[in-house]
Design a protein around this ligand. Structure first.
Ligand code: FES
Length: 102
C-alpha cells in the first residue's frame, strides 16, 4: 500500500492510497484537479503531467524515452517532470509527493 500526496495548482493537498495501477489512475479516481488522463494512460496526451517533489525523484525514477518525447511537447517541463500514468504504484512509493503541473 502506498500513500501518495498530490498538490494541485491551487495548493490543495490530496492524499490517495493504492496498491497497484498507475498514479494517474489513483488521481483520476480521487478527483485530483488538473490530472485528466485523457489518453487512458498510454503516454500520448500529457494531461497527467506532474513534478515530482525534490526529495522523491530517486524513488520515482526517471522518465522513459517515450515519456520524455511526450513531455517535450508540454510547456512547464522541468527536470522533475513525469507523466504520472507512467508511474506504477507500489509499496516503494509510499509517502511521495507529486505536484500537478497544470
Ligand atoms: S494519461 Fe495520457 S499521457 Fe498520461
Amino acid at each position: 500500500m502506498a500513500k501518495i500526496t498530490f498538490i494541485t495548482t491551487d495548493n490543495e493537498h490530496i492524499v490517495v492510497e493504492g496498491e497497484s495501477g498507475s498514479a494517474m489512475e489513483l488521481a483520476v479516481q480521487n478527483g485530483v484537479q488538473g490530472i485528466d488522463g485523457d489518453c487512458g494512460g498510454v503516454c500520448s496526451c500529457a494531461t497527467c503531467h506532474v513534478h515530482v517533489a525534490e526529495g522523491d525523484v530517486a524513488k520515482v525514477g526517471p522518465a522513459s524515452e517515450i515519456e520524455q518525447d511526450m513531455l517535450e511537447l508540454d510547456d512547464n517541463v522541468t527536470e522533475r517532470s513525469r507523466l504520472c500514468c507512467q508511474i506504477d504504484v507500489s509499496d516503494e512509493l509510499d509517502g511521495i509527493v507529486l505536484h500537478v503541473a497544470g
